[in-house]
Design a protein around this ligand. Sequence first.
Ligand code: ADP
Ligand code: ADP
Ligand code: ZN
Length: 214
Amino acid sequence: MNILLFGPPGAGKGTQSAFLVERHGMKHISTGDLFRVAIKNNTPLGQEAKNYMDKGKLVPDSVTINMVAEVLQSLKGASFVLDGFPRNVAQGEALEALLDRVNLNLDKAIFIEVPINELTERLSGRRVCRNCGAVYHIATKPLKNGKNCDSCGGTDIYQRDDDKPESIVTRLNVYADFTKPLKEYYRKKNKLVEVDGREDVEKVFSRLERSLES
Ligand code: ADP
Ligand code: ADP
Ligand code: ZN
């Protein structure tokens, strides 16, 4: 089963993807994570993406689509979960062409819905491990021992620049203008599944699992 998760920033796409990797062995393709790794390694891709990401804007389609094309070519049969791509209709169309080229199919486009006041709380409290990318929250998912990353033991747990208030506003606007229209796009293709993203992560995951079976 190949799926994509989309929804507003902070809806829990990364968190739910991690469960799909852990419990269903799926391959996680997160364009945000790929860009952050490129930035950490200071590659040309990272240098280009950083200017847009820091402002909360979308990285240009051509750059993003080329990056995804490379990953899709290296999948070797594993089921995938795309997280954060596509983020606009042009990317949705590009994805179809890319999948055709490598003879793969997208089974479902899962939209995770969370109300805006809760998104702001989730985003402003989000913390990330610099070393492995594991995601925490100061209130709902703190570090188990208060100091080290639960996954890798790393100690550099940081707040993303784009999770600061000015960027959050821009990102929510970008979402409403460009990403939300993908709902109609996938509804027309009969691939849209909507999942209520409120309540705790396990509850959301069982809804997600049910939606995969339907
Ligand atoms: P996205 O990838 O959609 O931007 P994340 O998975 O990174 O979202 O989640 C954003 C923040 O909200 C993180 O700090 C995460 O720990 C927290 N979070 C995720 N899902 C939930 C949930 N169901 N309830 C409360 N907090 C959550
Ligand atoms: P979130 O789930 O919190 O919105 P992501 O980690 O998915 O965050 O994305 C962070 C940033 O990376 C976006 O605000 C954007 O600048 C860039 N980005 C990620 N995916 C895409 C994409 N598909 N197209 C363009 N820019 C992207
Ligand atoms: Zn870590």
